[in-house]
Design a protein. Sequence first.
Length: 133
Amino acid sequence: MYSNYWKILLPITLILSSLSASASECSHKVGCEKKACIIEAKMETAKLNGHSEKLAGLNSALNQVSDYCTNEDLKNELLEKLEESKIEIDEYQSELNEAMTYQEEDKVHKYQRKIEEEQLEIDMIERELSLLL
């Protein structure tokens, strides 16, 4: 019984350790370099698991990043996302104010949560942007 357990556990452990090692290898990179690194890590996992179709798709994605990705484009995408998130917060704030006016507690909590989630998204975008500037 235990031998079957180890036959399953060992490959899973190896895959997870390779994923965490790959993720840490990419963490110090920024922009297009980081994007390419993440795709390469996914390619390694696909190779380990024998997912040839996924590997082909990831290879195509890597070629796209290599050919077309620029940090300036990434910066512009992040600025766009930042603006969209700020608009979302404004809309949620408006909905929150209305819910508060009509004392709809469930909606108040819902929009407070949405505002918090969107603020976390903004914080993440701003961190990424700071690395590209």
